[in-house]
Design a protein around this ligand. Structure first.
Ligand code: ADP
Ligand code: MG
Length: 338
């Protein structure tokens, strides 16, 4: 008793809230514990709800980010949670707490980014809230979406033997953040990584396509770094995970920049965070159909990174078959992280 939220950690705290409020939320409701809350809506469709915020000096630096990029990203983090359930984003509310000295032009450009990104996916800004903040900016979005009620995907359906895969390259955004913080000026590759960090593109089309397949047992978005997100899927599904470090997909741009800077691409791929692609567990029996259909549809492969095991709570990394330890871990809001 008497511990602080810092000692308990973000996931420890959420675990307590889930234990307190999450066990019997009501009929047809999936409450705390997934990328979105799932609520009864129409006979055919479920309502998805998610909320996420960006805080100045925690998620972005005011002098290091364009206001429109911050707006784009606030939409991205929420859109990605809708993608994770296989849904379609519909209506957004934005709540802002601002210091009085902030130029109005900043707010206007921020909303340009928000509406550009929401508009790209056919969703509308329908409300919000405005208040004063003593010094830093707090920017929060609540996003509502819909999904076919019978095909909503959760984190908790992974089963031993399933293949683990991701829908995109890992580590680009984390490397982009590092370039930004280290004020590295670079080439074309650096520009690509910076763009991935500033304007992530959530995998909504991919999520909807994948959700139609019953062989996709579990799905979530990769937001905190694959290491952290794998642990969360394992915990929700009551199983373990075995990951082949050499199969963590890295973009040519990340490889090139790592060669130039000497950075460890593997650690960035495992723990960089903010990739906003999807992580899924797929039944081996349906793998060929899902993987083949996916690459036909999107012109990119699903990247297999490992498999689900029966050893509850155990996440094991392997390189050439040997078990290895990864130094870096994912992001926890109360433990500093990256
Ligand atoms: P994500 O990173 O996908 O947005 P989070 O890690 O923020 O997910 O949250 C995990 C789950 O815990 C979600 O179901 C979310 O709604 C719930 N949750 C997080 N913080 C709180 C809170 N303060 N009160 C109640 N539920 C929370
Ligand atoms: Mg999420």
């Amino acid at each position: 008793m008497g511990s602080t939220v810092g000692q308990l950690g973000e996931f420890g705290l959420i675990g307590r809230l889930q234990a307190r409020f999450g066990s019997r939320p009501g009929r047809g409701i999936q409450g705390i514990g997934d990328d979105c809350a799932v609520l009864p809506f129409t006979q055919e469709e479920a309502l998805l709800v998610t909320v996420d915020k960006l805080i100045q000096d925690v998620h972005f630096l005011l002098d290091g980010s364009a206001a429109a990029d911050v707006g784009w990203k606030l939409a991205a983090v929420n859109l990605s949670d809708i993608a994770a359930m296989g849904g379609t984003p519909r209506w957004a509310l934005v709540s802002i707490a601002l210091p009085p000295a902030l130029p109005v032009s900043w707010v206007s450009a921020f909303y340009d980014g928000v509406s550009e990104h929401l508009g790209l996916h056919g969703s509308l800004l329908v409300g919000g809230d405005t208040g004063r903040s003593p010094d830093r900016l707090f920017l929060e979005m609540t996003l509502l979406g819909t999904a076919p009620a019978h095909s909503v995907k959760t984190r908790s359906g992974a089963a031993p033997g399933d293949l683990l895969c991701v829908t995109g390259h890992l580590g680009d955004s984390g490397a982009g953040l590092r370039l930004l913080l280290d004020r590295v000026r670079g080439d074309q590759e650096e520009a690509v990584l910076l763009d991935r960090h500033r304007r992530p593109r959530p995998h909504l089309e991919e999520g909807r396509w994948l959700a139609q397949h019953s062989a996709v047992h579990a799905m979530m978005d990769v937001s905190d770094g694959i290491d952290s997100d794998l642990r969360r899927m394992a915990e929700a599904s009551g199983c373990g995970m075995e990951v082949d470090v050499e199969r963590l997909p890295m973009s040519p741009e990340l490889r090139a920049v790592c060669l130039r800077t000497g950075w460890d691409g593997g650690s960035l791929a495992a723990a960089g965070g903010e990739d906003y692609c999807l992580l899924l567990a797929v039944a081996t029996s349906g793998w060929h159909e899902v993987a083949g259909g996916y690459s036909d549809r999107f012109g990119r492969p699903l990247f297999v990174i490992g498999r689900v095991t029966a050893e509850q709570g155990r996440l094991e990394y392997r390189r050439s078959g040997e078990v290895v330890r990864l130094g870096a871990v994912g992001f926890d809001h109360f433990k500093g992280g990256r």
